[in-house]
Design a protein around this ligand. Structure first.
Ligand code: C5J
Length: 238
């Protein structure tokens, strides 16, 4: 019987263990519309530079995931050009300087196919990495993400992206209800509101990990490096 590699990552509230063959790296909404000036995030009055600290550690995690052949899935929040998949409640909410669908410097705000809707250059997906387009905050709502993960026998998710308390949290909650074991990488998720980021992470790991686990990406990377002693073996003859 072939040996299966188990990776054990120091995490909160307890160590997180996963098998790479049944784990996916989920990169949520690392889009220009949230991370660069002139997009949806800025139109809501946010300082987009607050999210950019996630890019460097996420690049490291992405490179490590690709190196060991982990399934990598990206998501993008956005809408069809005719806005038929955008509920009026979402379109009309608040008083943004530009609404969803309005023209901006990076194209129409949060519209599929526009430059601003796409993922930032630093984290561009490779041709074989699925990109899930989603109309909502949660990556499971009105998408085929669950089916895609099921086809690949994925049961564990390493969750990254923006924003911590909105699309990341919604997706982790959806995933948790569907039985996935989620590890959220604290330095690879970000918010326009540092206090929401901190509380959002605390909420995930509270109550014995009510929604999942939280770890730093450095601890994941160390666990993925056999010389660092991170790997454990399961199965096989030992
Ligand atoms: C927001 C997201 N914040 N990706 N979307 O509207 O978190």
């Amino acid at each position: 019987m072939a040996q299966e590699q188990l990776v054990r990552v120091p995490a909160r509230p307890s160590a997180y263990t996963f098998e790479p063959a049944t784990t996916a790296l989920l990169v949520i909404d690392m889009q220009r519309d949230f991370l660069e000036p002139g997009g949806f995030g800025e139109s809501l009055g946010n300082d987009v530079t607050l999210l950019r600290r996630t890019i460097a550690p996420l690049r490291g995690v992405l490179a490590a995931a690709r190196a060991i052949g982990l399934t990598v899935v990206h998501t993008r929040e956005g809408h069809l050009p005719d806005l038929s998949d955008c509920p009026p409640a979402k379109l009309q909410r608040g008083a943004p300087s530009r609404r969803i669908g309005d023209p901006g410097p990076n194209g129409r705000i949060l519209i599929r196919g526009e430059y601003g809707h796409d993922i930032v250059d630093e984290l561009a997906p490779t041709a074989d990495e699925p990109v899930i387009d989603k109309p909502g905050k949660g990556a499971f709502y009105a998408t085929d993400l669950d089916g895609l993960l099921g086809e690949r026998s994925i049961t564990s998710l390493l969750v990254t992206g923006v924003t911590t308390e909105v699309c990341v949290h919604t997706t982790v909650r959806e995933a948790n209800d569907r039985g996935y074991e989620c590890l959220v990488l604290a330095d690879c998720v970000g918010s326009y509101f540092p206090q929401f980021h901190a509380v959002g992470l605390a909420m995930i790991a509270a109550q014995g990990g009510i929604f999942g686990w939280v770890a730093e990406s450095a601890d994941l990377l160390a666990a993925l490096t056999p010389s660092a002693g991170g790997g454990e073996r399961r199965g096989g003859s030992r």
